[in-house]
Design a protein around this ligand. Structure first.
Ligand SMILES: [Zn+2]
Length: 142
């Protein structure tokens, strides 16, 4: 995974952007003006922690990643064109915020519940866009 994806477009530009290193992803949060907590994605209609309408909330980019809560390998495509096998995971990306993500590759053996994951950009077929995949963070398996 040494491909530099600068110049590619994010598949979901409201959720993440490419970090300056050209490989990692930054997640795009809103910071709630009422409770100061981070909300994801940034364009949700209200704070998921306190219900504030988030008018004038600051957008905040943070290094993408989180803690692995659980995962399962899917062997049957749930949608046409979905690559299988794929590892679907629930990931705690920020205090109180759990998102579904996809682990890069199809090898469960390196995964441990509770480990730290890092979000990286992976090019999609076609060569113009990238999507978000999670990999174990350096040292997470030790
Ligand atoms: Zn709030």
């Amino acid at each position: 995974m040494t491909t530099d994806l600068r110049g590619f477009r994010p598949q979901h530009p409201t959720l993440y952007q490419l970090a300056p290193d050209g490989e990692s992803l930054e997640f795009l949060f809103a910071q709630c003006p009422a409770c100061q907590k981070l909300v994801f994605p940034a364009d949700v209609p209200g704070c998921s922690h306190c219900g504030d309408p988030l008018h004038g909330a600051d957008k905040v980019a943070r290094p993408g990643g989180g803690r692995l809560l659980e995962y399962v390998t899917l062997h049957v495509p749930l949608l046409p064109g979905m690559e299988v096998p794929r590892i679907a995971a629930d990931i705690l990306i920020e205090d109180g915020l759990i998102e579904e993500g996809v682990i890069a590759g199809s090898d469960e053996s390196a995964l441990r519940v509770g480990m730290t994951l890092r979000a990286v950009a992976v090019a999609l077929p076609g060569g113009e866009t990238f999507t978000c995949r999670f990999v174990p963070a350096a040292g997470a398996a030790e």
